[in-house]
Design a protein around this ligand. Sequence first.
Ligand code: FDA
Length: 308
Amino acid sequence: MLRTPLLAAARSPRIRALIEAVPATRAVVRRFVSGAATEDAVRVAGKLAADGRKITIDHLGEDTTDAAQATRTVQAYEELLSALAEQGLSEGADVSVKLSAVGQFLPGDGEGVALENARKICAAAEAVGATVTLDMEDHTTTDSTLGILRKLRGEYPWVGAVLQAYLRRTEQDCHELSGPGSRVRLCKGAYSEPETVAYQDKSEVDKSYVRCLRVLMAGQGYPMVATHDPRMIAIAERLAADAGRTADDHEFQMLYGIRPDEQQRISATGTTMRVYVPCGDEWYGYFMRRLAERPANLTFFLRGLVTR
Ligand code: FDA
């Protein structure tokens, strides 16, 4: 019931200013975000690597309308990748990139700028043995993001993308992206979307998730199963076994701070468990989407505010 207002709040500069002004908020945010500095993300990556979990790091930021900010985001990824390399943590690591943070919405040729900036991040990742996955934002960006993905994959065939099961189009997108070498992270979807393009009912989203999983697992690509949902995880494990997949041709992914015990259980089975680790100080939109996802996260936030 609170999902829609919380997702609307995620886009409101006024509510953002209010929430960011509460001193105790930052301490609560730390459950979901590794910290503001590059070193925080590297420290978390080291801790996760120590028990066999892999990482995808998101330098937080979205909806940039300033070219200089887009350039700073690229530099932040370059620094992050070289810091991971210095600590011996870059091989097999991944970074998650929101194209809106690197220029997709800039006036004029925003898409062209985002493509060029994403190229730079891909080059920096390739140099240290890491990969890049394009996050998926609201449905108005899907075609643009998949178009940029196609261009990037011409040069960097290992670039992955996120598909969101709540979108009605996604089963078809899964068919199109299930070819050899295609890395697809399947999630349920975190934005507020109209009925015309997205399933609204949770059970419809879950059914779509399973249909998409079937397509990806039966395909020739590399499915990345991004969910905390025990039912979806069990179904994915069964579909992977039915398709004859082995531990190294698919993986599971979860968000930092969510179900760490389950992350360790999956990692111990030998199949890759990759943790999505956000870093940076632009945490507001990301944090609000986590609150919208689950009443327990909201309770945790409110309790944190009154007990600090
Ligand atoms: P859902 O929220 O429906 O929860 C189902 C069940 O999972 C719950 O009933 C509970 O059993 C369990 N569960 C969930 N949260 C829990 C918690 N905190 N503690 C204990 N149990 C919990 N979205 C997007 O739109 N674009 C993107 O690019 C990405 N990228 C992305 C990367 C990765 C690695 C992940 C894991 C997720 C994303 N997402 C995303 C977010 C995604 O779309 C979705 O909003 C969240 O993952 C929540 O959906 P779940 O599949 O976890 O199930």
